[in-house]
Design a protein around this ligand. Structure first.
Ligand code: ZN
Length: 79
């Protein structure tokens, strides 16, 4: 478990907290928390009551958004 890395693709930071069945580094975990806050005050509560499968789905949904944010200004990209 000590060698586990952040579950975000291409992120090699050390794991900080679990997210569903995966794990996230501190930076990504804080981002995930921020994203959940943006989804509304009910989301925090809901997440606490979610099953691992539901959390995984949520993490996957969030992961798509961060990859978009990270890739919003890739070098040489044309939109
Ligand atoms: Zn990460």
């Amino acid at each position: 478990m000590s060698e586990q890395a952040c579950s975000i693709h291409s992120c090699k930071a050390r794991v900080y907290a679990p997210a569903g069945t995966g794990s996230l580094c501190k930076e990504h975990f804080l981002d995930f928390v921020k994203w959940r806050r943006r989804k509304g005050p009910g989301m925090f509560h809901k997440y606490g009551a979610m099953t691992m499968e539901e959390r995984d789905a949520l993490v996957a949904e969030w992961a798509k958004t961060i990859r978009l944010e990270e890739l919003s200004t890739p070098p040489g990209a044309k939109r």
